[in-house]
Design a protein around this ligand. Structure first.
Ligand code: EPZ
Length: 427
């Protein structure tokens, strides 16, 4: 398994290209199942999860062809075409490796009137139930049965009817599945307390480009008029706001000055406000967002929340940044029940962090010391990289396959702005 080795102490200076968003790509790819025409996605990031989703689409009879990349994009162009579906089953061995596979449930139901998808099971950050996905689809007329670890869903008469569903808690994935199911339903669907993440806006805009009729895009109430069919489209995946925020934290902890090329300020306002609270200079540029810092980070008090609140996917990275700050920072993780797996690993580097339930108190220390550490989940891995960039000596991050799921060409991007970082094959 590969390792990433960092020798800390370099200030990051220069431009970091931001790739297409993993969490947008993973909900745009299943849209190809909704039509027999080709869906071409631009700016698709080169990530393990994107490759994994392409493999799942192939299993269902959807062809996927990579077509190089356009000069104005950092990602690749992929055309996916489901002329006919050869299967409506998402098997356990695929779903267990990539939870986002559950996002074929809605599109398969919409296109084929049936779907059999393995229950994804939990992961390091929580047990990740899918009850809201299933309740929303039932509200649209689906019949759902759980048997031997699989969800078996069907649409009586082969087509969903539309309906109304109010999400008791905001759920990104459940909103995505419901929207993708509703666009081909016979009737109107109203989703209340829907997630408003920019990735949902990207999904709705892509579906609209395919002929879907969706009102309220970007708000918590989505009204979808089902149509009989959707056509193909070409759509550009949005920039990854979480990748951008992660590199911004790296810039702050190393007292650097970086430009996040392609990042969109209006998609990451809570992150930018938190960076300013930490004392960073944050300004929009023609090409993206500049983040600069001199001195140690000021204390921050951050509580994760659904968009437009402070993203749970940014919590671990900001915690790493706060470890070398002044004073005490307070984090509250309200979304997932076990998203502090990075804390014991950061403690190995000399961080002073106390976790009490959903709350963590980070007291700034004067120095971090590089150490061998272990990645446990995607964003926790990034927090270890961020700490390693500022630690004295060498940090070896193990199990970097977690990182490869969400950060494209991480070492290259960081080397290009002065980091002393390399990937070592540990056999
Ligand atoms: C998406 O996960 C993202 N993944 C996550 O990013 C992100 O952390 C999360 O949204 C929140 O923003 C992708 O987009 C592929 P949720 P998702 O449904 O859809 C509970 C990363 O690091 N819930 O919004 O699974 C759930 O347990 C990943 O890139 C139910 O109770 O998140 C959680 O407490 C990690 N029942 C809360 O809702 C359900 O049916 C929010 O989960 C569904 C969710």
């Amino acid at each position: 398994m590969d390792q990433i080795v960092i020798r800390g102490g370099q200030r990051l200076k220069g431009r970091i290209p931001i790739s297409g968003a993993k969490n947008a790509a993973l909900t745009l790819l299943p849209c190809a199942l909704l039509t027999d025409e080709p869906l071409t996605l631009r700016n698709l990031p080169r990530l393990a999860d994107v490759d994994g989703f392409g493999h799942l689409l192939n299993q269902l009879g959807c062809s996927t062809t990579i077509e190089g990349s356009r000069p104005e994009d950092f990602g690749r162009v992929m055309t996916a075409r489901a002329t006919t579906l050869t299967s409506t089953v998402a098997p356990y061995d695929i779903v267990r490796k990539m939870r986002a596979s559950i996002l074929v449930l809605g599109p398969l139901l919409a296109r084929a009137g049936e779907a059999t998808v393995s229950l994804p099971g939990g992961c390091a950050i929580g047990n990740r139930p899918i009850d809201l996905h299933l309740k929303a689809l039932e509200a649209l007329g689906a019949e759902i049965e759980l048997a031997s670890g699989y969800v078996k869903a069907s649409a009586p008469g082969g087509r969903l009817t539309g309906g109304k569903f109010t999400f008791p808690v905001v759920s990104v994935g459940a909103t995505e599945n419901a929207v993708m199911a509703a666009v081909l339903a016979k009737g109107t669907c109203v989703l209340e307390n829907a997630a408003r993440e920019p990735e949902i806006v990207d999904l709705c805009n892509c579906l609209a480009a395919m002929g879907a009729e969706i009102d309220g895009i970007g708000t918590e109430t989505l009204t979808i008029e089902g149509v009989d069919r959707l056509h193909g489209a070409t759509y550009r995946v949005m920039a990854d706001r979480i990748e951008a925020g992660s590199y911004a934290c790296a810039a702050v902890i190393t007292e650097g000055d970086v430009e996040l090329v392609g990042a969109k300020a209006d998609e990451m306002e809570a992150t930018l406000a938190a960076l300013r609270e930490a004392g960073a200079t944050v300004e929009e540029t023609k090409a993206g967002i500049r983040v600069a810092m001199s001195g140690r980070a000021q204390p921050v008090t951050l509580s994760t929340a659904p968009y437009p609140g402070f993203a749970t996917d940014m919590q671990a990275q900001f915690m790493a940044m706060a470890t070398l700050g002044t004073g005490a920072s307070l984090f509250t993780e309200t979304i997932f029940e076990n998203r502090y797996m990075h804390v014991p690993e950061l403690a190995r580097m000399g961080c002073d962090i106390q976790v009490k339930g959903r709350t963590a108190i980070v007291r700034g220390v004067d120095r971090l010391v590089g150490a061998p550490v272990m990645a446990t989940d995607l964003r926790a891995s990034m927090s270890l990289i961020i700490a390693g960039l500022a630690a004295e000596g060498e940090t070896q991050v193990n199990r970097v396959y977690h990182l490869d799921r969400g950060y494209e060409r991480l070492e290259e991007k960081l080397q290009a702005v002065g980091a002393d970082i390399e990937r070592v094959s540990a056999g």
